[in-house]
Design a protein around this ligand. Structure first.
Ligand SMILES: [Cu+2]
Length: 163
């Protein structure tokens, strides 16, 4: 406190009065400037609002039509003939058909095998590493095992429900 009093008293009042007079003029000028700028910005925003809202949909429509073309071109490709279910060693595939259907499946075996459909008593030779298509009419209802005769492993369960 004793140090700040002599410094403040000697130079403070003179500078403060000079600055306050200058600042009053400065604040007035700044206040008028802010008021003018604010008025211009408010008027400007009202005018700018309309072109912005109309501009957005105009740019969205061309992009929507551009993406529709390639999607239509790709659609025919996945509609290939569906493959019958593939049954093979290591899992029991569940096959379900209705009486009157055509039972259809594929068998694949790494070793030479013979497939046997119990109930229907259908046998089919499966050469090593080949995929064999098997089909026969579903004329017996019930649940039947499909096995590989070489190993005796069940590889599928065939279910035929009354039609
Ligand atoms: Cu058998």
């Amino acid at each position: 406190m004793p140090l700040s009093v002599p410094l403040g008293c000697g130079t403070g009042p003179y500078i403060l009065t000079r600055m306050s007079a200058a600042q009053r003029l400065g604040f007035l000028a700044i206040a008028v400037l802010i008021a003018v700028v604010a008025a211009i910005l408010l008027i400007g925003d009202e005018d700018a609002g309309d072109p912005e809202s109309t501009g957005a949909p105009a740019t969205a429509t061309p992009s929507a039509t551009a993406t529709a073309g390639p999607e239509e071109a790709f659609e025919p490709q996945p509609t290939a003939t569906p493959q019958p279910p593939l049954i093979r060693s290591g899992r029991v595939t569940r096959l379900r058909f209705e009486e009157g259907d055509t039972i259809r499946f594929r068998v694949r075996s790494d070793a030479a095998e013979e497939i046997h459909v119990h109930g229907y008593d259908v046998t089919e030779a499966v050469p090593a590493g080949e995929t064999v298509d098997v089909s026969f009419p579903a004329d017996i209802t019930g649940i039947f095992e499909i096995e590989l005769h070489g190993t005796g492993e069940q590889i599928a369960q065939l279910r035929v429900d009354p039609g």
